[in-house]
Design a protein around this ligand. Structure first.
Ligand SMILES: [Zn+2]
Length: 155
């Protein structure tokens, strides 16, 4: 499918909007190697983000014009801070892999905690299926040979 040569793409009239509107972002989960698609790049501060905050500031300046006149533009700073905080929060929730429970942001902060989060994710998955989670044995040599999950009950 990649051999299509659409001449429209090569028009010099490419506007900045085209780039801004390309919202979704692809990456591969480091935990399970699955392709992930999220609504926006993980990093805050793209042209689109700045324009959003500029638009908000412009609106704020407009409605507070009788009070603050042009000084309303200073609101860009707190608006940006709020935007960034919310964006990071949202991104954290979105970046966690649904398949394997890998949290890339947590991994960067604390890899041990990220490993625990993945374990917790699998424990929940096993619980949902009604399986016993294969606990890690302290002494590996004296462990039983069965590594398979034990299925309770059945149909
Ligand atoms: Zn994953």
């Amino acid at each position: 499918m990649g051999s299509e040569n659409i001449s429209l793409d090569k028009l010099p009239l490419k506007t900045i909007w085209k780039q801004i509107e390309r919202k979704d972002f692809h990456f591969y989960c480091p935990g399970c190697k699955k392709e992930r698609r999220i609504f926006s790049p993980p990093k805050v501060g793209t042209v689109r983000h700045i324009l959003q905050v500029v638009a908000t500031t412009a609106f704020f300046t407009l409605i507070t014009w009788p009070l603050l006149t042009w000084k309303g533009v200073v609101a860009f700073v707190p608006f940006w801070a709020i935007f960034e905080a919310f964006y990071r929060m949202r991104m954290r929730a979105v970046l966690v892999c649904n398949d394997c429970g890998f949290d890339p942001i947590l991994y960067l902060v604390d890899s041990k905690k990220a490993a625990q989060a993945v374990e917790l994710h699998w424990r929940k998955k096993f619980e949902q299926k009604g399986w016993t989670y294969p606990e890690k044995k302290q002494g590996l040599t004296k462990s039983s040979p069965s590594h398979k999950p034990v299925i309770h009950g059945g149909k």
